[in-house]
Design a binder for this molecule. Structure first.
Ligand SMILES: [Mg+2]
Length: 260
C-alpha cells in the first residue's frame, strides 16, 4: 500500500499548521511499512524540511502540485529531482508576454522582499517558497472578470492555472494525479509487484489524485464543507485537518487489519 497525502488542510491543520493529532497514526502507518508520499503545492525545499521533521525522508516527495518529484528512499538510488513536462523558465516566458495585456505580480516580479511582505514569511522560509522548478505563483491585480481570458491564453500555450489560497498557480499542465501514477509505477517496478494506492486531499487541486487512487479520503474544510468528491472506493472525514486525517487512516488501518 502506498499512501499519498496532501499537506495543508490534511496532514497539517489549516489554522495553526500543526500535525500533532496525526502523529500517533502516522507512527502506526510507518510500523505497517506503508510509504507516505507528501504531495503538495509546496516546493522541494519546503517539503524536504517537513519530511525530515515527520521522519518521512525515506519516500519520494511530490512538490509544486506534481510539477517536481524528489526521488529519495529505498529502491530509488541516489536522491535526484525530476521536473515533469514544462520547466519554470517556459512558464516565466509566457508570463512575461502576458504581462503586456494583464496586470499581475509573480514571485519573480516580487523578488525576495516582496514575497516576504505579501506572505509574512521569514527570509529563510520565503527563500524556500521561491525555490521553484516548474510552477509560478501570481497575485492577480487586474479586473477579476479578466481571469478567464488570462487562463485561455495560458491554456493555448499548454499551461494551467489553479487557485491555491491567495495565489494563483501557473503550471505546465502537470497535476497531482499524474505524479501519483508516476511514483506508484516506480514503486511497482522497484518492488516487482502491483501495489494499491490511497490518496488524501481537501481541495480541488487534489481531485486528480483522489480520482486515480484505489482508495480516496476527502478531508472537509474548517467550515465543514467538502471541496473534493469521492467517486470510487473511499470515505470522508468528519473533522478537518490532522484530526480528520488521523480519523480516516485509523479506520482504514483497522479495516485492513480486521480483513487480515
Ligand atoms: Mg490542501
Amino acid at each position: 500500500m502506498l499512501l499519498f497525502t496532501d499537506v495543508d488542510g490534511c496532514l497539517l491543520n489549516k489554522h495553526d499548521y500543526k500535525y500533532t493529532d496525526a502523529l500517533p497514526i502516522l507512527q502506526k502507518v510507518q510500523e505497517v511499512k506503508w510509504p507516505v508520499i507528501l504531495c503538495s503545492s509546496k516546493t522541494a525545499s519546503e517539503l524536504t524540511v517537513l519530511a525530515r521533521e515527520l521522519r518521512l525522508s525515506s519516500a519520494p516527495l511530490i512538490c509544486e502540485n506534481g510539477a517536481r518529484i524528489i526521488w529519495q528512499g529505498d529502491g530509488f538510488g541516489t536522491e535526484r529531482s525530476t521536473v515533469c513536462r514544462t520547466h519554470r523558465d517556459a512558464v516565466l516566458k509566457s508570463l512575461r508576454r502576458l504581462s503586456k495585456d494583464f496586470r499581475f505580480r509573480s514571485f519573480t516580479d516580487l523578488k525576495l522582499p516582496g514575497v516576504m511582505q505579501v506572505t509574512d514569511l521569514s527570509k529563510e522560509a520565503a527563500v524556500r517558497a521561491m525555490d521553484r522548478e516548474g510552477t509560478e505563483p501570481i497575485l492577480w491585480d487586474d479586473d477579476p472578470t479578466l481571469i478567464t481570458d488570462f487562463e485561455r491564453e495560458l491554456m493555448a500555450e499548454g499551461l494551467t492555472l489553479t487557485l491555491g489560497g491567495r495565489f494563483w498557480h501557473v503550471a505546465g499542465g502537470t497535476n497531482k494525479g499524474d505524479a501519483l501514477q508516476q511514483v506508484a509505477k516506480c514503486y511497482e517496478t522497484s518492488m516487482k509487484r502491483p501495489l494499491r494506492t490511497i490518496a488524501i486531499g481537501d481541495s480541488l487541486v487534489d481531485q486528480s489524485m483522489l480520482d486515480r487512487a484505489d482508495f480516496s479520503i476527502g478531508i472537509p474544510t474548517p467550515d465543514g464543507t467538502h471541496d473534493v468528491s469521492i467517486s470510487g472506493k473511499g470515505m470522508y472525514a468528519t473533522m478537518p485537518g490532522a484530526a480528520g486525517w488521523a480519523e480516516c487512516v485509523r479506520r482504514l488501518l483497522d479495516q485492513i487489519h480486521t480483513k487480515d
